[in-house]
Structure formats: structure tokens, C-alpha cells
Design a binder for this molecule. Structure first.
Ligand SMILES: Cc1ncc(C[n+]2csc(CCOP(=O)(O)OP(=O)(O)O)c2C)c(N)n1
Length: 573
């Protein structure tokens, strides 16, 4: 069928089953926006900043399991997408970013709004294409979606010059992908599964260390089967949070820098550590050479490059996790039936540690509610409901990890690898677009909020209502905490103040509802109301600015050298 390149882009998105894309128009992408005006079944959500559009596409992808699509113009539009692309790269989020480029005759001439965006993003995409010929569009789009979602998920970029969008082309969407160089593993090796099953089923002190790859692989049901068949304790990373129901008796928290002591004790004293779609990130391991000493490591991952990257794997299992975990559950079941011992004593020991070293915070120390207590109220009010939580980056993110219990897959969406402040609000909007029936809550910090709060207009006007619970301590809290603990209390440029801007009035200016809460007694009613309203709401909760996030493993320290909630603070409280 004859059409313009721009129409071919939209017909390709439709052929891929895309229902929503997020973006902002501009000169070099105008032909494609004009094609939208002429008609497409794909909903376009108009963001207020391309970074917002990119994080929305990420939130959409993480909540739905489908590929997120972001679209922007050349030059500054494209460079504004760099942070979400890097974020998606670090957190293995499937993303197709489409950017306009200056006309092919102008490329390399420093033309208006020219930027070599395929060059800029080279190290942070799985692949990118600069489309020179309109006849390439259909094949490139097919390949882009295929690469983003197969193997280890991640971002790709399709850069399309304006004249290529305008040129006429005979469009046919291919059935097959022609990519001889891209062959992600499709099968797991039965021998690797057998070896893994034997090591795990016979372990005295096994731990399943579950990362975000499990969610990406849609392998949560299979994970549950492995854990329940073998009665293995499960510890989920920040990125793996929600891959396993957190009220399940076999769930034992989150590892690493702000993980509870019981989880880090279990990870670091286990005899068989089973990493499942996890990557031994430094925020999880602390000092690598001191991490889980003596444990036999079984590592399951779709990406062979992760095996023995940081910690040698004794038993590698490379392949799709859904298949691998299903096979592993079967093998473990056979071994259990044949009499392999169930690690009940080990499960009891971890549960005892949990009783002995619970998460702690002090009582009220002054005029403000404690942030952890606010998280507990949010947990109580949302337990059992269809709620998705996104977060910003900082102390509030860690408290959300510690106190909000995720029950269903894809219900906790956060920026793990890149740690991008400003991720929370747009990611929540994208999640709402993917799952309109769910209540979407963004737990944000006052610093993070100010990086992307303009997207509240998008939420209000595009009918994508979200509830922002602002943990407002008036500080760049996590940096304040580090200055307090590691820089002898020399606070340097971390004070924001709680009341500028007036967050509630700002929310109203953006077409939402604003509430300011300064008293403990007001917290629950405000949250209750916000969760019921069905509108975009910002609940600005002024919390104790002195509260810090514990336990904490200082960067580079051994995991077991963690700092616990200081007695002094407790006494003061
Ligand atoms: C874009 C970006 N800039 C800087 C940082 C460094 N950083 C990490 S946490 C943090 C403070 C976040 O403050 P706030 O949003 O108020 O959250 P809090 O820690 O107080 O809960 C900063 C500045 C970052 N992670 N991302």
C-alpha cells in the first residue's frame, strides 16, 4: 500500500499492537504528528517534557509487560530522552524511542536542532537505527520491537529524518525479523537445570535472590512454584520487588544497602545462593569480596554476560527464566519426593532474626509525623487492593521498599540502576495508562517532585489520575543523611524548605487536588480521601526532617557491617 513514511511509522505501531505512546512534537517529527492527526488507533499522551514522556513509557512497560513507546523531535527533544533511555538500559525496561532527525541532506551540517542522537545514546541502547530510506521503515520498526523485548529487555532508538517521514513508500509490515546477529537464548540446558536443582534441593541454607529479570520474564508463577515446592526463602531486590507476594511466609525482605538485617544475614550466611534474574549490584552486595562468603552460587539469567560478571557462578543456567524456573520446580519436586531435606530449621532461623532485628524507627520526635509511619498507614490503606506504587529516588524510596508490601507482579515501579530523581510521577502516569483500573500511587520526595512535577498537568488533562504521597522533609534527604553520617555533619546545599513551593497549591494550579498535612492525626483521613477521589491528588505530608533511613550498609562496606537504627536517635525520640 502506498503511503508516506510517517504513515508507515504509525501503521507499524498499530501492527505491533501498540495502544499508547508518550511524546511531544517538534520540527523534525512534524510529519509523523501530522499523520497522527490524519488518524491512528494509537493513543498519544502529550507530556510536558520529553523526560516525562520517556519515564511514562517506562512506567507503562513495567506495569503492563509490553514495550513502552516514546516519541520526540530531534535535537533537544531527543536529548531530553537520554535520561529515560539510560534508566531503561540500567533497569532492562523494554522501550522503543522514536525521534525525528533533520533532513538527510542536512545531517552533519550542524543544522537547526541537529544532534547525533544515535551517537549520543550508543552506550545505553540495545540497538539503534538512523533510517536513511523510507523503504526501511517497516523492517526497522519490526526489528526495534523485537530487539526491545527479546533476550534481556532494554531500550532501542529509531531516528527518522524528516524527509524520510515525508517520502512516499509502498508499505507492507513484515512477518519475520531479519537480524542475523541477534540470537538470544531460547532454551535452557537440561543438565544445567539438573545440577542447579541438586545443589538447591540439598542445601541446608538456601536463599533465592530474586531480581527484576524475573518480572521481565513473566516468570513469577514459576518462581512461586520453585519456592513452594522446595520451601526456599525468597529475598527480592528493589527491582525484583513484587515478583513474589510479600505477605507470603517464604518472603524474607530485600537485600542490600537499606535492606533489613534479617535479609542481609540470610543472604550472607547462606550455603547456596540462587540468583534469579539478578545482577549482584553493588547496592545489594556491599563489598563484593565479603559478600555471601563460601556460598555456592547458582545463577539463572537470560543474559550470558551477567554470569560471573561480578561473582563467579558455580552453576550457571542461561536461558528464558520462565522455562528455567518451570523446569527447576519439576526437578526440585522430584528430589523432595526422593527425600531431599526441607530447610525448615533455616527458615525458622531467618524468621527468628526477623523477630530479633525488626525494622525500627523512633517515636515522634517533635512536630511532625515519622515518614516510616506514613508509609505504614499507606500500606494499611492499600493492602489487598489493586494498587501500583511508583517512587522517586532517595530516603522515601527506601522506606517505600521497606514498608509497602507488594502482593502482585508489576506493582512496584522504581528507578533502581540509574537512581533517577523525577522518575516517580511520570512513571505513575504511564502505569495508569497501562492499567486504568488500578489505583496508582507515587511515593515521592520533595526534591524528586520538583524535577518532573509539570507532568501533573498531563495526569490531570489526559485523565490519568494518580495519587502523589509527598514525603516532604524539606531536604534532599538521602544526601543530607550521607553528609550527616560520612561528612561529619557538614550539610552542603541540601536544604530545600518544606513550604516553597506550596505543593498543594501547585497541584491545584496543574488541575489536580492538593492537601497539606502537618499533623499525625490528619495523615490517615487525607490518604483515605486521596485514594477514593479518582482524581490527581498531591498529599503533601510534612515529615520529621531528622529521620534517617536504617539499617544502612555504608557504600563499599561489607554487608554484615551494617549500621542499625542508632540507639541515640531512639532515646532522643
Ligand atoms: C537526577 C538526580 N540528581 C541527583 C541525584 C542524587 N540524589 C540521590 S537521592 C537525592 C535526594 C532526594 O531528595 P528527595 O526527593 O527530597 O527525597 P528524600 O531523600 O528526602 O526522601 C539526591 C539529590 C539523583 N539520584 N538523581
Amino acid at each position: 500500500m502506498k503511503m508516506r513514511g510517517a504513515d508507515a511509522v504509525l501503521r507499524s505501531l498499530e501492527a505491533e499492537g501498540v495502544d499508547t505512546m508518550f511524546g511531544i512534537p517538534g520540527g523534525a517529527i512534524m510529519p509523523t504528528y501530522d499523520a497522527m492527526a490524519r488518524g491512528t488507533s494509537v493513543r498519544h499522551v502529550l507530556a510536558r517534557h520529553e523526560q516525562g514522556a520517556g519515564h511514562m513509557a517506562q512506567g507503562y512497560a513495567r506495569a503492563s509487560g509490553r514495550v513502552g513507546v516514546a516519541i520526540a523531535t530531534s535535537g533537544p527533544g531527543a536529548t531530553n530522552l537520554v535520561t529515560p533511555i539510560a534508566d531503561a538500559w540500567m533497569d532492562s525496561t523494554p522501550l522503543v524511542c522514536i525521534t525525528g532527525q533533520v533532513r538527510t541532506s542536512l545531517i552533519g551540517t550542524d543544522a537547526f536542532q541537529e544532534c547525533d542522537i544515535t551517537g549520543v545514546t550508543m552506550p545505553i541502547v540495545k540497538h539503534s537505527w538512523l533510517v536513511h530510506d523510507p523503504r526501511e521503515i517497516a523492517g526497522v520498526m519490526k526489528a526495534a520491537f523485537h530487539v526491545a523485548r527479546t533476550g534481556r529487555c532494554g531500550p532501542v532508538l529509531v531516528d527518522i529524518p524528516r524527509d524520510v517521514q515525508e517520502a512516499e513508500v509502498d508499505f507492507a509490515y513484515p512477518d519475520k525479523v531479519e537480524l542475523p546477529g541477534w540470537k538470544p537464548p531460547r532454551k535452557v540446558h537440561p543438565l544445567q537445570i539438573k545440577q542447579a536443582a541438586e545443589a538447591i534441593a540439598n542445601a541446608e541454607k538456601p536463599v533465592l535472590y530474586v531480581g527484576g529479570g524475573t518480572l521481565n520474564a513473566d516468570a513469577c508463577a514459576e518462581l512461586l512454584e520453585v519456592a513452594e515446592t522446595g520451601r526456599f526463602p525468597v529475598i527480592t531486590t528493589l527491582m525484583g520487588k513484587s515478583a513474589f507476594p510479600e505477605t507470603h511466609e517464604l518472603h524474607f525482605g530485600w537485600p542490600g544497602m537499606h535492606g533489613p538485617k534479617w535479609a542481609n544475614l540470610a543472604m550472607n550466611t547462606c550455603d547456596v545462593l540462587v540468583a534469579i534474574g539478578a545482577r549482584f549490584d553493588d547496592r545489594v552486595t556491599g563489598k563484593l569480596t565479603a559478600f555471601a562468603p563460601g556460598a555456592t552460587v547458582v545463577h539463572l539469567d537470560i543474559d550470558a554476560a551477567e554470569i560471573s560478571k561480578l561473582r563467579d557462578a558455580d552453576i550457571p543456567v542461561v536461558g528464558p527464566l520462565k522455562q528455567a524456573l518451570a523446569a527447576l520446580a519439576k526437578e526440585v519436586g522430584k528430589l523432595r519426593e526422593a527425600g531431599a531435606p526441607v530447610p525448615e530449621a533455616w527458615l525458622r532461623r531467618i524468621a527468628d532474626w526477623r523477630d530479633e532485628f525488626p525494622l525500627r524507627y523512633g517515636g515522634r520526635s517533635g512536630d511532625w509525623p515519622k515518614p516510616q509511619w506514613v508509609m505504614e498507614q499507606l500500606q494499611e490503606l492499600t493492602a489487598g487492593e489493586d494498587v501500583i506504587v511508583s517512587t522517586g529516588v532517595g530516603q522515601h524510596q527506601m522506606w517505600a521498599m521497606q514498608y509497602i508490601l507488594s502482593e502482585r507482579p508489576r506493582t512496584f515501579i522504581t528507578s533502581g540502576g540509574l537512581g533517577t530523581m523525577g522518575f516517580g510521577i511520570p512513571a505513575a502516569i504511564g502505569a495508569k495508562a497501562a492499567r486504568p483500573e488500578a489505583t496508582v500511587v507515587c511515593v515521592d520526595g520533595d526534591g524528586c517532585f520538583q524535577m518532573t512535577c509539570q507532568e501533573l498537568a498531563t495526569a490531570a488533562l489526559e485523565n490519568l489520575p494518580i495519587v502523589v504521597v509527598l514525603v516532604n522533609n524539606g531536604y534532599l534527604g538521602m544526601v543530607y543523611q550521607w553528609q550527616d553520617m560520612f561528612f561529619e555533619g557538614r550539610y552542603s546545599h541540601v536544604h530545600l524548605t518544606k513550604s516553597v513551593p506550596d505543593y498543594a497549591r501547585l497541584a491545584e494550579a496543574y488541575g489536580g487536588v492538593g492537601m497539606t498535612v502537618t499533623e499525625e492525626s490528619e495523615v490517615r483521613p487525607a490518604l483515605e480521601e486521596a485514594l477514593q477521589l479518582g482524581r490527581t491528588v498531591v498529599v503533601d505530608v510534612h515529615v520529621d526532617p531528622k529521620e534517617q533511613c536504617f539499617p544502612m550498609i555504608p557504600a563499599g562496606a561489607a554487608a554484615l557491617d551494617m549500621i542499625e537504627y542508632p540507639e541515640a536517635m531512639e532515646a532522643e525520640a
